[in-house]
Every structure is written in C-alpha cells, then in structure tokens.
Design a protein around this ligand. Structure first.
Ligand code: PLP
Length: 519
C-alpha cells in the first residue's frame, strides 16, 4: 500500500468505523458463535502472495464481526465501561503514524513531555495533592501504564525493593530471600484479582482483609491483621486500597486506612480503576479523600474517561521510588540529557521498555470535550444508574444488593442463587442485553453497569422491561418445578440467529427517549 492508496483506504476505513459505531445498536450485543468458530473460516497459514484491501475488509464483516461482543452497544451493561470516543480514535491513528517508541526522553521528546504534562492536567482535574504532580521540579509525577494490573504490580515491586533496601541497610546480614519470605501485602477481600496476581508475580504473601457490611476495608480489620502478622515475625510492607470495587463499586475507607499505613511505614497503593474518572466531578471528589496518605494512585481513563484502551494513569509521590527500583542503563539506551535532572525517562517507571505515544489520546480528548464535557458524561452515567436502581426498587420481586454510588447497580431476584443464575442465563442467552454477575458474600448477584457512550434512558428502560420479562419466565418455571412439573425452558425467548435478527435489537418506536446531554 502506498501513500495514495493509504489516503483512499484510510477515508474508507473511517467511514466503516463511523458506520459501525452509528449502527451498533442494530447488531446483536453478544455473538452467536461457539468456541473455535474462527479457525475453520480462515486459512491455516499466512498467504504467500499479497491480497487486496477489499478482500480483507470483506472478511471483517464475514469472519470478524460475527464473533465480536459489541462493547459499545447501548445494550451492553457488562463488566465496566471501556472508553470509546472519536477524538481518542483519531489520536490513536496519529500515534500509529508517528510510531515512535518513547522509552526515553531522547527516543522522542514530545512523547515523554506531553505525557508528563497530560498527567499533570489529569491530576489537577482530580484535585490530586500537589505531591503527585511533576510540575517544574516536583518529586512526584504521573505515568501512563497499560493497565491497572500493571500499575499495581509496578507499585508492589517498587515497595518490595524499598522495604528490602531499608531492612538490609539496618541489618546487612539479611538476605533478600530471607526478607522476601516474610513480606506481607494486604488488600480487602473485595479487591480485584489483579492484586492477588501482583502478589503471585512479586513472590510475596497477599492477605485478604475482611470487608465490612458495606464491602469496605476498615481500619480495625487492617490493624488486627497487621498486629497478628507482626507478632508472628512477618513484615507487612504494602497495602492496596480499592476505590470502586469490581463486584459492587464499594469504597475502602481511605481516610482510616491511610493514617495506619503512614504510621506503620507501609506503601499504600490506591486502585480506583473504574471509579477514578468520577473524581473529576466535585460532587464525587470526597470519595478520594485520604489519597494524601497514598504513595501511588492509579485509575483507568480507558474505562470511563473516553480515552480508548490502553491508558491507565498512575501517579507516585516519589518518582525515585520507581526509578530506584527499575533503573538499568545499558549503553545503547543512554543519552546526553539523562542525568540533567530535567527530563523523565519513562522506561524506569514501567515493566516493558517500549511504550506508545498514548498521551496524544488524552490531549485530544481533554481538549475536544473539555473538563465540563467529561463531567457531564460521568454525571449522565450516574443518573442512568440511579434511574435503573429506581426501576428495580419499584419491583418487589427484586432487591438492590449494594449502595449505588456511581454507574453500577447490583441487584437480584429475592430468592436462591440458583434462581438468579437461571435469570442471568436466560438474559444472556436471549442476547438482547449483556450482563455479568458477581458474588457478594456468597450471594449470586447481577451487575448492571452503565457502559456505552451512547446509552440513553430509553435503553435502560427497555433493558429493565426485558429483565422483568425474563424474571417472570424464570419464576414461572420455578413455580412449575416446585409443583412437580418440568421447568418450561421453551418459554424463554430463544437466542436470535444471525438471519432472524431485527434491526435495531428492539424494533419499533422507543417511547420516551430521554437524552441527557448529547455526548
Ligand atoms: N482494579 C479494579 C478495581 C478493576 O475493576 C479492574 C478491572 O475492571 C482492574 C483493577 C483491572 O484493570 P486492568 O484491566 O486495567 O488491569
């Protein structure tokens, strides 16, 4: 492909992308394919001779799209949102064109410097304490990691190095292995599995602190664990507090946990992967109170701040904690400015060497939406979650299972886990909407997360009506089962096949469409 074909194909591709996103509501949100569906549809080896762009694009619709879960459909309410905006997509195209690998300042100065400034912009949007900002000569600063999982791992490894060096400075006879054997990290029993994974990779024990009735980690439970472990000769060194847990969006009590970490000399990492975006709104900023005690803080603009994946924002108060842990300087990576004290070499702040020019996405999005536009977007999602919560509360067959603070509603039918499993199964096999469950104190719970950039109240209402219908069928089947009849699964709407699909997913007039803003 030469430049002139690229111009032509690029325009076609942008049209294809815009058509896809504009028409996404008409696609079935979850695909009909079975595992292994794709292998038989494509050759077993790469082509020897070049193929045409047309042939590839044709195959995208034929082979790829039937196997896509449409995360940006307004009927997608699973997991947490993943960001999608046109400015971010355009910035990603530019990032691809520049194609630099910005591991050091010299490797592409703009890549490094824009990232530092964007992380300061974002830190100020969140009203992060000054200590986290790079500014002109700050000790802290921000870095874009690929994911929240990487941020937690980077923080844990840096904390491990820091505590090991401190202990060895005091007792030089201590070996690294002897110290590692005693290190303990802590997180609430509601923390994301990536925290446990960081412990596994970092080779340290991770202990789950029992959360309270609101699924929050509290000071007393943490303190109890610390006392017990210290008495047993172990060495607590790292605590992860979660703001906006994955299961139910609960918030660890940072204002309680923070001072303990500070007094005990423990590295406090705050994982706000999903909820962090909401802190740009003054009315949600209080949820971040206590962050002043943290050593590192992370959230994913690629979840809820319209910056497409991947863009996970991590700040540290002391950049030397990272550079001290990860700095290696082979000759081929050195450059003349590296010891000037004026620049950042981000390769020392992360696990890989290579890094893309991801800050372009932030720059485009922040400028084209403005802080006010981003705040309106967050508020709209929170309003929609409360609207769904109100609908659930009006139906006495259902219960709300956790406080609704942001864009996630946890709910279930009053009754057994089996009943709720059947409800979710019927919803997801009908494929009109897509949900995932969670487990809260061994109760099977359905999660309804406001995800799509284009979701409106009408979609939420339709989703709720659909859930009610599915619930009625499940309850009827359960009644019949109890009465000795076999459960009538045929009453559930059968999954739609490709050819039978009506477009949009719900055909007919959508009554009472209510647009909160036009983002
Ligand atoms: N932490 C929390 C609280 C999350 O909800 C998630 C994902 O949803 C993660 C961490 C992992 O995020 P990532 O995919 O960026 O590693």
């Amino acid at each position: 492909m030469n430049a002139s074909e690229f111009r032509r194909r690029g325009k076609e591709m942008v049209d294809y992308m815009a058509d896809y996103l504009e028409g996404i509501e008409g696609r079935q949100v979850f695909p009909d394919v079975c595992p292994g569906y794709l292998r038989s549809l494509i050759p077993t080896t790469a082509p020897q001779e070049p193929e045409t762009f047309e042939a590839i694009i044709e195959d995208v619709e034929k082979i790829i799209m039937p196997g896509v879960t449409h995360w940006h459909s307004p009927y997608f309410f699973a997991y947490f949102p993943t960001a999608s905006s046109y400015p971010a997509m355009l910035a990603d195209m530019l990032c691809g064109a520049i194609g630099c690998i910005g591991f050091s300042w010299a490797a592409s100065p703009a890549c490094t410097e824009l990232e530092t400034v964007m992380m300061d912009w974002l830190g100020k949007m969140l009203q992060l304490p000054e200590a986290f900002l790079a500014g002109e000569a700050g000790e802290g600063g921000g870095v874009i990691q690929g994911t929240a999982s990487e941020a937690t791992l980077v923080a844990l490894l840096a904390a491990r190095t820091k505590v090991t060096r401190r202990l060895q400075a005091a007792s030089p006879e201590l070996t690294q292995a002897a110290i590692m054997d005693k290190l303990v990290a802590y997180a609430s029993d509601q923390a994301h599995s990536s925290v446990e994974k960081a412990g596994l990779i970092g080779g340290v024990r991770l202990k789950a602190i029992p959360s309270d009735g609101k699924f929050a980690m509290r000071a007393s439970a943490l303190q109890e664990a610390l006392e017990r472990d210290k008495a047993a000769g172990l060495i607590p060194f790292f605590v992860v507090a979660t703001l906006g847990t994955t299961s139910c969006c609960s918030f660890d009590n940072l204002s309680e946990v923070g001072p303990i970490c500070h007094e005990e000399g423990l590295w406090l990492h705050v994982d706000a992967a999903y909820a962090g975006s909401a802190f740009i709104c003054p009315e949600f900023r209080h949820l971040l109170n206590g962050v002043e005690f943290a050593d590192s803080f992370n959230f994913n603009p690629h979840k809820w701040l319209l910056v497409n994946f991947d863009c996970s924002a991590m700040w540290v108060k002391k950049r030397t904690d990272l550079t001290g842990a990860f700095r290696l300087d082979p000759v081929y990576l050195r450059h003349s400015h590296q010891d000037s004290g004026l620049i950042t070499d981000y390769r020392h702040w992360q696990l890989p060497l290579g890094r893309r020019f991801r800050s372009l996405k932030m720059w485009f999005v922040f400028r084209m939406y403005g802080v006010k536009g981003l705040q309106a977007y967050i508020r709209k999602h929170v309003q929609l979650a409360h609207a769904f919560e109100a609908l659930v509360r009006q139906d006495a067959r259902f219960e709300i299972c956790a406080e609704v603070t942001l864009g996630l509603v946890c709910f279930r039918l009053k009754g057994s886990n089996k009943l709720n499993e059947a409800l979710l199964e019927s919803i997801n096999s009908a494929k009109k909407i897509h949900l995932v469950p969670c487990s809260l104190r061994d109760r099977f719970v359905l999660r309804f997360a406001i995800c799509s950039r284009t979701v409106e109240l009408a979609h939420v209402q339709l989703a709720w009506e659909h859930i009610q219908e599915m619930a009625a069928a499940v309850l009827r089947a359960q009644g019949e089962e109890k009465a000795g009849k076999s459960p009538c699964r045929a009453e559930f709407p059968p999954p739609q096949r490709e050819g039978e699909r009506t477009s949009p997913v719900w055909s007919g007039e959508v009554e009472g469409t209510y647009h909160i803003g036009s983002l």
